[in-house]
Design a protein around this ligand. Structure first.
Ligand SMILES: [Zn+2]
Length: 345
Protein backbone atom coordinates (compact mmCIF):
# COMPACT_ATOMS: atom_id res chain seq x y z
CA UNK A 1 0.00 0.00 0.00
CA UNK A 2 1.50 3.36 -0.92
CA UNK A 3 1.54 6.09 1.74
CA UNK A 4 -0.97 8.09 -0.27
CA UNK A 5 -3.63 5.38 -0.24
CA UNK A 6 -3.03 4.66 3.43
CA UNK A 7 -3.60 8.33 4.13
CA UNK A 8 -6.84 8.28 2.24
CA UNK A 9 -8.20 5.39 4.30
CA UNK A 10 -7.04 7.05 7.53
CA UNK A 11 -8.71 10.29 6.54
CA UNK A 12 -11.95 8.49 5.74
CA UNK A 13 -12.02 7.06 9.27
CA UNK A 14 -11.64 10.48 10.83
CA UNK A 15 -14.18 11.96 8.45
CA UNK A 16 -16.71 9.26 9.26
CA UNK A 17 -16.14 9.82 12.99
CA UNK A 18 -16.51 13.54 12.66
CA UNK A 19 -19.63 13.02 10.56
CA UNK A 20 -21.02 11.16 13.59
CA UNK A 21 -20.91 7.76 11.85
CA UNK A 22 -19.50 4.64 13.46
CA UNK A 23 -17.37 2.26 11.46
CA UNK A 24 -15.35 -0.89 11.76
CA UNK A 25 -12.17 -1.71 9.91
CA UNK A 26 -11.12 -5.11 8.75
CA UNK A 27 -8.60 -6.16 6.16
CA UNK A 28 -8.17 -2.60 4.85
CA UNK A 29 -11.88 -2.21 4.31
CA UNK A 30 -14.11 0.10 6.29
CA UNK A 31 -17.71 -0.80 7.04
CA UNK A 32 -20.07 1.92 8.17
CA UNK A 33 -23.63 3.09 8.20
CA UNK A 34 -24.25 4.64 4.77
CA UNK A 35 -24.30 8.44 5.16
CA UNK A 36 -26.40 8.84 2.01
CA UNK A 37 -29.37 6.53 2.62
CA UNK A 38 -28.81 6.29 6.41
CA UNK A 39 -29.80 2.62 6.53
CA UNK A 40 -29.94 1.30 10.08
CA UNK A 41 -27.32 -1.40 9.72
CA UNK A 42 -23.78 -0.63 8.71
CA UNK A 43 -24.16 -1.30 5.02
CA UNK A 44 -21.49 0.73 3.38
CA UNK A 45 -18.14 -0.79 2.53
CA UNK A 46 -15.25 1.40 1.51
CA UNK A 47 -11.80 0.41 0.31
CA UNK A 48 -8.98 1.82 -1.70
CA UNK A 49 -8.39 0.62 -5.23
CA UNK A 50 -5.76 2.08 -7.56
CA UNK A 51 -5.19 4.93 -5.13
CA UNK A 52 -8.83 5.95 -5.05
CA UNK A 53 -11.60 5.41 -2.56
CA UNK A 54 -14.38 3.10 -3.72
CA UNK A 55 -17.68 2.52 -1.98
CA UNK A 56 -20.34 -0.11 -2.08
CA UNK A 57 -23.72 0.60 -0.48
CA UNK A 58 -26.11 -2.35 -0.17
CA UNK A 59 -28.94 0.03 -1.07
CA UNK A 60 -27.16 1.02 -4.26
CA UNK A 61 -26.15 4.60 -3.45
CA UNK A 62 -23.64 5.93 -5.96
CA UNK A 63 -20.09 6.83 -4.96
CA UNK A 64 -20.82 10.47 -5.60
CA UNK A 65 -23.90 10.44 -3.37
CA UNK A 66 -21.90 8.80 -0.58
CA UNK A 67 -19.03 11.28 -0.89
CA UNK A 68 -21.34 14.27 -0.97
CA UNK A 69 -23.15 13.02 2.13
CA UNK A 70 -19.88 12.47 4.02
CA UNK A 71 -18.65 15.92 3.13
CA UNK A 72 -21.95 17.49 4.10
CA UNK A 73 -22.03 15.76 7.49
CA UNK A 74 -18.32 16.05 8.17
CA UNK A 75 -17.51 18.56 10.86
CA UNK A 76 -13.72 18.94 11.06
CA UNK A 77 -13.93 20.90 14.28
CA UNK A 78 -16.03 18.31 16.09
CA UNK A 79 -13.95 17.53 19.19
CA UNK A 80 -12.39 14.10 19.00
CA UNK A 81 -13.16 13.36 22.64
CA UNK A 82 -16.77 13.63 21.55
CA UNK A 83 -16.12 11.32 18.58
CA UNK A 84 -14.51 8.66 20.79
CA UNK A 85 -17.34 8.35 23.25
CA UNK A 86 -17.93 5.47 25.63
CA UNK A 87 -21.42 3.96 25.21
CA UNK A 88 -23.49 1.20 26.83
CA UNK A 89 -25.50 -1.74 25.51
CA UNK A 90 -29.25 -1.61 25.93
CA UNK A 91 -29.37 -4.78 28.05
CA UNK A 92 -31.08 -4.90 31.41
CA UNK A 93 -27.62 -4.65 32.92
CA UNK A 94 -25.96 -2.27 30.45
CA UNK A 95 -22.46 -3.26 29.40
CA UNK A 96 -19.75 -0.75 28.68
CA UNK A 97 -18.70 -0.41 25.01
CA UNK A 98 -15.41 1.28 24.22
CA UNK A 99 -15.20 3.40 21.06
CA UNK A 100 -13.58 2.08 17.86
CA UNK A 101 -9.81 2.23 17.78
CA UNK A 102 -8.23 4.96 15.63
CA UNK A 103 -5.58 4.19 13.01
CA UNK A 104 -2.20 3.19 14.41
CA UNK A 105 -0.34 6.35 13.36
CA UNK A 106 -2.94 8.99 14.18
CA UNK A 107 -1.36 10.58 17.23
CA UNK A 108 -4.13 13.14 17.79
CA UNK A 109 -6.90 10.54 17.60
CA UNK A 110 -5.12 7.95 19.79
CA UNK A 111 -4.46 10.57 22.48
CA UNK A 112 -8.09 11.75 22.31
CA UNK A 113 -9.30 8.13 22.60
CA UNK A 114 -7.33 7.62 25.83
CA UNK A 115 -8.51 10.98 27.23
CA UNK A 116 -12.11 10.00 26.60
CA UNK A 117 -11.94 6.37 27.76
CA UNK A 118 -10.09 7.20 31.00
CA UNK A 119 -12.68 9.96 31.52
CA UNK A 120 -10.03 12.63 31.93
CA UNK A 121 -10.86 16.33 32.04
CA UNK A 122 -10.60 17.38 28.38
CA UNK A 123 -8.99 20.64 29.45
CA UNK A 124 -5.94 18.58 30.42
CA UNK A 125 -5.85 16.06 27.59
CA UNK A 126 -3.38 13.26 27.01
CA UNK A 127 -0.87 14.45 24.43
CA UNK A 128 1.51 11.49 24.15
CA UNK A 129 2.72 8.38 25.97
CA UNK A 130 6.19 7.01 26.63
CA UNK A 131 7.43 3.57 27.52
CA UNK A 132 10.38 3.77 29.92
CA UNK A 133 12.74 1.16 31.33
CA UNK A 134 12.85 -2.42 30.17
CA UNK A 135 11.06 -3.53 27.05
CA UNK A 136 7.59 -5.02 27.28
CA UNK A 137 5.22 -5.44 30.20
CA UNK A 138 7.88 -4.97 32.90
CA UNK A 139 8.54 -1.44 31.64
CA UNK A 140 6.75 1.69 32.79
CA UNK A 141 4.20 3.75 30.91
CA UNK A 142 3.97 7.51 31.28
CA UNK A 143 0.87 9.25 29.96
CA UNK A 144 1.75 12.89 29.37
CA UNK A 145 -1.07 15.40 29.80
CA UNK A 146 -1.15 19.06 28.75
CA UNK A 147 -1.27 21.39 31.75
CA UNK A 148 -1.02 18.86 34.61
CA UNK A 149 1.02 15.94 35.95
CA UNK A 150 1.59 12.74 33.98
CA UNK A 151 -0.14 9.48 34.87
CA UNK A 152 2.20 6.52 35.42
CA UNK A 153 1.51 2.81 35.07
CA UNK A 154 4.27 0.70 36.54
CA UNK A 155 4.80 -2.01 35.45
CA UNK A 156 3.02 -1.62 32.11
CA UNK A 157 1.30 -4.98 32.65
CA UNK A 158 -1.15 -3.50 35.18
CA UNK A 159 -3.03 -1.73 32.37
CA UNK A 160 -4.32 -5.07 31.05
CA UNK A 161 -5.99 -6.01 34.34
CA UNK A 162 -9.19 -4.38 35.58
CA UNK A 163 -8.33 -5.19 39.19
CA UNK A 164 -5.02 -3.32 38.93
CA UNK A 165 -5.79 -0.54 36.43
CA UNK A 166 -8.70 0.89 38.46
CA UNK A 167 -6.82 1.74 41.66
CA UNK A 168 -3.64 2.80 39.81
CA UNK A 169 -5.65 5.27 37.75
CA UNK A 170 -7.88 6.49 40.55
CA UNK A 171 -5.06 7.76 42.73
CA UNK A 172 -3.43 9.81 40.00
CA UNK A 173 -6.46 11.72 38.75
CA UNK A 174 -6.94 15.48 38.90
CA UNK A 175 -9.83 16.82 41.00
CA UNK A 176 -11.80 17.67 37.84
CA UNK A 177 -11.34 14.28 36.13
CA UNK A 178 -14.35 11.98 36.01
CA UNK A 179 -14.81 8.87 38.13
CA UNK A 180 -13.30 5.97 36.15
CA UNK A 181 -15.72 3.68 34.30
CA UNK A 182 -16.20 0.16 35.59
CA UNK A 183 -13.78 -1.61 33.28
CA UNK A 184 -13.67 -5.36 32.78
CA UNK A 185 -10.52 -7.18 31.69
CA UNK A 186 -11.68 -7.17 28.06
CA UNK A 187 -11.83 -3.34 28.15
CA UNK A 188 -8.41 -3.15 29.79
CA UNK A 189 -6.85 -5.28 27.06
CA UNK A 190 -8.17 -2.82 24.51
CA UNK A 191 -6.90 0.17 26.52
CA UNK A 192 -3.48 -1.52 26.70
CA UNK A 193 -3.56 -2.01 22.94
CA UNK A 194 -4.31 1.68 22.28
CA UNK A 195 -1.64 2.73 24.81
CA UNK A 196 0.90 0.58 23.00
CA UNK A 197 -0.03 2.23 19.68
CA UNK A 198 0.19 5.66 21.32
CA UNK A 199 3.64 4.88 22.77
CA UNK A 200 4.73 3.73 19.31
CA UNK A 201 3.66 6.82 17.45
CA UNK A 202 4.73 9.13 20.32
CA UNK A 203 8.26 7.72 20.37
CA UNK A 204 9.09 8.86 16.87
CA UNK A 205 6.40 11.21 15.59
CA UNK A 206 7.10 12.80 12.24
CA UNK A 207 7.31 16.59 12.25
CA UNK A 208 3.90 16.67 10.62
CA UNK A 209 2.34 14.38 13.24
CA UNK A 210 3.86 16.41 16.06
CA UNK A 211 2.64 19.73 14.65
CA UNK A 212 -0.81 18.33 13.87
CA UNK A 213 -0.93 17.06 17.43
CA UNK A 214 -0.20 20.55 18.79
CA UNK A 215 -2.98 22.08 16.68
CA UNK A 216 -5.35 19.17 17.29
CA UNK A 217 -4.89 19.36 21.07
CA UNK A 218 -5.41 23.11 21.03
CA UNK A 219 -8.65 22.77 19.06
CA UNK A 220 -9.91 20.14 21.54
CA UNK A 221 -9.69 22.55 24.43
CA UNK A 222 -10.47 25.91 22.87
CA UNK A 223 -13.79 27.41 21.85
CA UNK A 224 -14.75 27.79 18.18
CA UNK A 225 -16.06 31.19 17.11
CA UNK A 226 -18.04 31.35 13.91
CA UNK A 227 -19.40 34.24 11.85
CA UNK A 228 -16.15 36.24 11.76
CA UNK A 229 -13.70 36.63 8.91
CA UNK A 230 -10.05 37.64 8.70
CA UNK A 231 -10.36 38.44 4.99
CA UNK A 232 -12.82 41.33 5.16
CA UNK A 233 -12.80 45.06 5.81
CA UNK A 234 -10.78 46.73 8.54
CA UNK A 235 -13.84 46.69 10.82
CA UNK A 236 -14.36 42.96 10.16
CA UNK A 237 -10.68 42.28 10.89
CA UNK A 238 -11.07 44.22 14.13
CA UNK A 239 -14.06 42.06 15.09
CA UNK A 240 -12.12 38.92 14.24
CA UNK A 241 -9.18 40.01 16.41
CA UNK A 242 -11.57 40.96 19.22
CA UNK A 243 -13.24 37.52 19.08
CA UNK A 244 -9.86 35.80 19.45
CA UNK A 245 -9.33 37.28 22.93
CA UNK A 246 -9.55 34.56 25.57
CA UNK A 247 -12.05 34.46 28.41
CA UNK A 248 -9.33 34.34 31.03
CA UNK A 249 -7.09 31.55 32.09
CA UNK A 250 -7.59 28.40 34.08
CA UNK A 251 -4.41 26.64 35.18
CA UNK A 252 -2.74 27.21 31.85
CA UNK A 253 -5.05 24.98 29.86
CA UNK A 254 -6.43 25.93 26.48
CA UNK A 255 -9.82 26.35 28.13
CA UNK A 256 -11.05 29.89 27.68
CA UNK A 257 -9.00 30.39 24.54
CA UNK A 258 -10.72 30.95 21.24
CA UNK A 259 -10.14 30.14 17.62
CA UNK A 260 -12.05 31.22 14.54
CA UNK A 261 -13.61 29.24 11.75
CA UNK A 262 -13.30 31.90 9.08
CA UNK A 263 -16.77 32.63 7.72
CA UNK A 264 -15.48 33.36 4.22
CA UNK A 265 -13.04 30.50 3.70
CA UNK A 266 -13.63 27.93 6.45
CA UNK A 267 -9.98 28.25 7.51
CA UNK A 268 -9.01 27.85 11.16
CA UNK A 269 -7.44 30.96 12.72
CA UNK A 270 -5.46 30.72 15.98
CA UNK A 271 -3.58 33.45 17.82
CA UNK A 272 0.17 32.87 17.54
CA UNK A 273 0.68 33.41 21.28
CA UNK A 274 -2.07 30.92 22.17
CA UNK A 275 -0.69 28.17 19.96
CA UNK A 276 2.87 28.83 21.16
CA UNK A 277 1.69 28.41 24.73
CA UNK A 278 -0.03 25.15 23.74
CA UNK A 279 3.13 23.92 22.00
CA UNK A 280 5.26 24.71 25.07
CA UNK A 281 2.82 22.86 27.33
CA UNK A 282 2.94 19.88 25.08
CA UNK A 283 6.63 19.69 24.22
CA UNK A 284 7.40 20.46 27.86
CA UNK A 285 10.32 22.84 27.32
CA UNK A 286 11.04 26.25 25.92
CA UNK A 287 10.94 26.23 22.16
CA UNK A 288 13.54 27.91 19.99
CA UNK A 289 12.43 31.15 18.42
CA UNK A 290 10.80 30.50 15.07
CA UNK A 291 10.33 26.77 15.74
CA UNK A 292 6.55 26.85 15.58
CA UNK A 293 6.56 29.23 12.61
CA UNK A 294 8.68 26.75 10.66
CA UNK A 295 6.49 23.81 11.66
CA UNK A 296 3.30 25.64 10.76
CA UNK A 297 4.79 26.61 7.43
CA UNK A 298 5.56 22.93 6.80
CA UNK A 299 1.85 22.14 7.13
CA UNK A 300 0.97 24.74 4.51
CA UNK A 301 -0.50 27.10 7.11
CA UNK A 302 0.45 30.78 7.11
CA UNK A 303 1.41 33.21 9.83
CA UNK A 304 -0.19 36.58 9.19
CA UNK A 305 -0.95 39.86 10.90
CA UNK A 306 -4.52 40.76 11.65
CA UNK A 307 -4.84 44.53 11.78
CA UNK A 308 -8.14 46.34 12.09
CA UNK A 309 -9.90 49.44 13.33
CA UNK A 310 -13.24 49.35 15.11
CA UNK A 311 -14.61 52.01 12.81
CA UNK A 312 -13.53 52.23 9.21
CA UNK A 313 -12.48 55.44 7.50
CA UNK A 314 -10.62 58.45 8.82
CA UNK A 315 -12.32 58.56 12.22
CA UNK A 316 -11.23 54.97 12.89
CA UNK A 317 -7.59 55.62 12.11
CA UNK A 318 -7.59 58.92 14.01
CA UNK A 319 -8.62 57.72 17.42
CA UNK A 320 -10.95 54.71 17.47
CA UNK A 321 -10.09 51.30 18.88
CA UNK A 322 -7.37 49.47 17.04
CA UNK A 323 -6.20 45.84 17.32
CA UNK A 324 -3.16 44.22 15.78
CA UNK A 325 -2.42 40.56 16.47
CA UNK A 326 -0.46 37.78 14.81
CA UNK A 327 -2.34 34.65 13.84
CA UNK A 328 -1.78 31.28 12.21
CA UNK A 329 -4.28 30.46 9.52
CA UNK A 330 -4.91 27.32 7.51
CA UNK A 331 -7.21 24.42 6.75
CA UNK A 332 -8.01 21.67 9.21
CA UNK A 333 -7.61 18.76 8.91
CA UNK A 334 -4.48 19.31 6.86
CA UNK A 335 -4.85 17.80 3.39
CA UNK A 336 -1.53 17.97 1.66
CA UNK A 337 -2.48 16.23 -1.54
CA UNK A 338 -5.80 17.92 -1.97
CA UNK A 339 -9.10 16.32 -1.27
CA UNK A 340 -8.83 12.71 -2.42
CA UNK A 341 -12.39 11.91 -1.46
CA UNK A 342 -13.60 14.50 -3.95
CA UNK A 343 -11.51 12.91 -6.65
CA UNK A 344 -14.02 10.30 -7.72
CA UNK A 345 -15.50 11.22 -11.09
ZN1 LIG B 1 -26.65 4.03 0.92
Amino acid sequence: MSPATKDTLARLRTRLSQAGLTYTEDNQKITSQCPACESEDPRLTAWVAKGRMEFSCSNGCTDNAVIEAIIEKHDPTRPLHDVFKVTWTEDKTPKLILPGIPVHDDLVALAAWITSVLRLDVRFPVVKASHHGVRGQEGHIELHRAGCDSIHFEPAAIVSSARRLGPALQWQLEPTDGEPYGFKDEHCKRIAHVLRLLCGVSSAPSETQETENIIGTFLQGAKAIEGRTTHGTTAQRYQAAEALKSDGDSRGSAWGQHYLIDSQTGEIVIRVGDLQEGARRQIGSSLPRGWLDARIDGLGWKRCRLDGHAESGRTGRAGGSHLRIDVYRGYWPVDEEGDDLLDVA
